[in-house]
Design a protein around this ligand. Structure first.
Ligand SMILES: [Zn+2]
Length: 74
């Protein structure tokens, strides 16, 4: 592990599982509620409308970025 600013696969999976249930999960390391930011297409001139979810820990700065398609209507 050379990059300290990432979650492990298991932590990442747990965060996504909580999010899929509509729960804003805590950081598994800091027990601080993650900050949620929605990243919509178009704002950055990327030319696509896919929305992404970004969950960021305000304490350790680890973050999870994933597509928002899962469990939501398109
Ligand atoms: Zn944290």
């Amino acid at each position: 592990m050379t990059d300290s600013a990432t979650f492990t696969t298991d932590e990442d999976r747990a965060i996504r599982a909580s999010w899929a249930k509509g729960v804003l999960p805590p950081c598994p390391r800091c027990e601080v509620t993650l900050t949620h930011r929605a990243i919509g297409g178009g704002s950055f001139g990327l030319g696509y409308s896919r929305k992404r979810e970004w969950l960021l820990c305000p304490s350790c700065k680890r973050s999870v970025l994933f597509d928002a398609r899962r469990g939501t209507r398109t």
